[in-house]
Write a protein that binds this ligand. Structure first.
Ligand SMILES: [Zn+2]
Ligand SMILES: [Zn+2]
Length: 164
C-alpha cells in the first residue's frame, strides 16, 4: 500500500515552520488507490483545498467530492451517492493524548499522505447503513429475489430472518 500511495505524499516541512505560508492542494485519487482503501468509486475522489500555516498552526481545509460505489445493505443493488463535503484538520508532528482526535492529523516525518487523509475522511463520512431507498423491501430470504421488483410468491410465514 505504501508504494501505491507514494504519489500522494507531500512534504509539509516548510509549511510547518513558516507562519503565513500557504499552499493550494488539488489532487485526484486514482481508482486503484480508492479500491485499496476499500472504497471503489464511480467518480474518483477530488481533493481541492489549501494548507495554511496560521500563526504557527498548520491547517488543512479542503473540499472532497466523489461518488463511491455502494450497494444497498438490504437488496444489494448499486446505490449512487454524491459526496461533497468540506473537512478541516490541524496538522501536528507529535500528538498529545488529548489531541487523539479526528480533527488532528499526525505527520511525524513532515510528510502528509493526501490519499490517506481523503480516504479516511471519506470513510468516516459514510453512513453506517446504505439503503437504495428508505423503504427498500430487500431480498426474499427464502428465494433470494429482489422484493422491490415484485412479489416472489413465497409465504411470509416461511420467513424467520428478521431484516433490519
Ligand atoms: Zn435496496
Ligand atoms: Zn421469495
Amino acid at each position: 500500500m505504501q508504494e501505491a500511495t507514494a504519489g500522494y505524499r507531500i512534504s509539509i516541512r516548510s509549511l510547518l515552520v513558516r507562519p503565513d505560508e500557504k499552499r493550494t492542494v488539488r489532487k485526484q485519487i486514482d481508482a486503484d488507490t480508492a479500491a485499496l482503501y476499500g472504497l471503489p468509486c464511480t467518480e474518483l475522489p477530488e481533493i481541492d483545498g489549501v494548507l495554511e500555516n496560521r500563526a504557527g498552526v498548520l491547517m488543512m481545509r479542503y473540499r472532497l467530492r466523489c461518488v463511491p460505489e455502494l450497494i444497498c445493505d438490504r437488496c444489494l443493488s448499486p446505490v449512487a451517492m454524491q459526496i461533497d463535503e468540506t473537512f478541516e484538520h490541524v496538522i501536528v508532528t507529535e500528538t498529545a493524548s488529548e489531541e487523539n482526535d479526528a480533527e488532528y492529523l499526525l505527520a511525524p516525518d513532515a510528510m502528509l499522505d493526501l490519499a490517506e487523509v481523503a480516504m479516511t475522511d471519506l470513510r468516516l463520512s459514510m453512513p453506517t447503513k446504505t439503503l437504495c431507498s428508505p423503504d427498500c423491501k430487500g431480498l426474499c430470504p427464502v428465494c433470494g429475489k429482489n422484493r422491490n421488483d415484485g412479489d416472489c410468491g413465497c409465504s411470509s410465514a416461511d420467513i424467520t430472518l428478521d431484516f433490519q
